[in-house]
Every structure is written in C-alpha cells, then in structure tokens.
Design a protein. Structure first.
Length: 80
C-alpha cells in the first residue's frame, strides 16, 4: 500500500514501485523509528550514479504502508 504522499513523492523523485518493493524486501539497513514504523535503506544505481533509496513505512496487521521515499547520496550518514 502507498499513501497519497508516497505516490506523489515517487512521481516527483522518479522512484519506481519496483525500487520501493525491492528496498523493503532486501534492504542494506533497517531502522526502527517508532512502534510499527520503519526506515529501510538500499544502495541502488540510477542513470550511472549510485544512490541510497530510503523508504519509510508503517507495518499494519496485514500489510506495509509506504509513507514516503527519497534518494540521497549521503552514504556515510546513513550506512554507519
């Protein structure tokens, strides 16, 4: 499931549904932000550049609801 905010951010930031699903399924790192709220991080290559894709989601009883997603190049900050 994707929130309206997440869908808007995906369009604005050119992040595909497949990239988000892959990040949640096979992250480099998972950070628990709050009860049932997680941030997953994965290294990806896009347009011959390396990025970290960050996906924040809430775990419900039956599914994961993506809240937002973004790309960053701050490798040292997020892959400590």
């Amino acid at each position: 499931m994707f929130s309206e905010h997440a869908r808007n951010q995906m369009l604005e930031r050119n992040i595909s549904k497949e990239e988000i699903i892959s990040t949640i399924a096979n992250p480099e790192k998972i950070i628990k932000q709050a009860q049932k709220k997680f941030q997953t991080i994965k290294l990806i290559k896009k347009n011959d550049e390396k990025y970290l894709i960050m996906v924040i989601y809430r775990q419900t009883n039956s599914a994961k609801k993506v809240i937002t997603a973004f790309l960053t190049t701050k490798f040292k900050k997020y892959l400590k």
